[in-house]
Unconditional design. Structure first.
Length: 307
């Protein structure tokens, strides 16, 4: 068995493992664009033997630390050390979202990550959620990444300095002119944190959707991305202030202009009880695993593979 960097010749094998392990086709190894984001902005590895892909894994820098995006092994070769070999080929990891597979949690714990809260896969109707008065403005990927850096716990810059590249007013507004942002991409990120590469992640989320900031008056409270549809999907929302987290979430969901929305929320998120009372259901869950050196905000909406 050899561990190699992912290239285009491995994509069909990665796709086959994705399907064999019961994952969807979106934001998974079945999506070449998703794999390319991880390969280009982080690390993507495959385990191969005789030209056959046995498993694959990815790691991606994020504003919170290095994320283990994926670790999937062909079920036919489970318990043969493939997953452990892939982990050893990646840089030091700081968090991941573990599936409920019995081998996953022990493997990640041995890598130095401990379990925390569940990441709940939720879906439900939007009509019964509070509307509030927060404003949602569309932005470009670079502005979204800069704002996220400032709103993250390791940030430190002022997110309200990000006044540039706003795309109109309101979630449905058209392209408008912007003022040069005072906060550049990646400003305020600590050592080892992702800077400009985060804009590539936002561009991935924006392929069929939009990036946006949520404002309380003129104060930026959150930044995220999502796509309309049936259902709509809130791919990600950064909001580290517990006082603003619920209102920002309701505003972001409403701005998707979809009757039914899917999203992933930490179990302790301030909006969870309201979502459940409004008819949302828990479709599945993963388990947050994190190194002792970091603390994942329970006020974000996470994309399991890109955070």
């Amino acid at each position: 068995m050899e561990i190699r960097a992912v290239d285009s010749g491995h994509l069909s094998g990665i796709r086959a493992i994705t399907h064999a392990t019961g994952q969807s086709d979106e934001d998974s190894g079945a999506d070449p664009a998703y794999v390319e984001v991880i390969r280009a902005q982080g690390h993507a590895k495959v385990a191969v033997s005789g030209g056959t892909v046995l498993g694959w894994a990815g790691a991606l820098p994020t504003p919170l630390g290095t994320l283990l995006t994926d670790l999937f092994v062909d079920p036919a070769v489970h318990a043969r050390g493939v997953g452990a070999a892939l982990l050893r080929a990646l840089p030091p990891l700081e968090f991941t979202f573990s599936s409920k597979h019995p081998s996953a949690l022990p493997l990640y714990a041995r890598a130095g990550m401990v379990p925390s809260w569940p990441l709940l896969y939720l879906s439900g109707p939007v009509s019964r959620l509070p509307r509030g008065v927060l404003r949602v403005d569309r932005v470009d990927a670079t502005t979204a990444a800069s704002t996220e850096a400032a709103l993250s716990p390791v940030g430190g810059a002022d997110p309200n300095a990000v006044s540039g590249a706003v795309v109109g007013r309101g979630a449905g507004a058209g392209m408008g002119s912007g003022v040069a942002a005072d906060l550049g991409a990646g400003a305020g990120l600590g050592p080892g944190r992702d800077g400009g590469g985060r804009a590539a992640v936002y561009r991935h989320w924006m392929r069929a959707g939009r990036a946006f900031v949520v404002r309380d008056g003129e104060r930026v409270t959150a930044v995220g991305a999502g796509r309309p549809g049936v259902p709509g999907v809130l791919a990600h929302l950064t909001c580290s202030d517990p006082r603003s987290a619920a209102g920002a979430l309701y505003a972001a969901v409403a701005a998707l202009d979809s009757d039914h929305v899917a999203l992933c929320l930490p179990g302790p998120h301030p909006a969870l009880r309201t979502l459940l009372a409004a008819g949302f259901r828990v479709d599945d869950f993963d388990l947050s695993m994190q190194a002792p050196t970091i603390e994942l905000p329970p006020t974000w909406s996470y994309a399991p593979g890109l955070a």
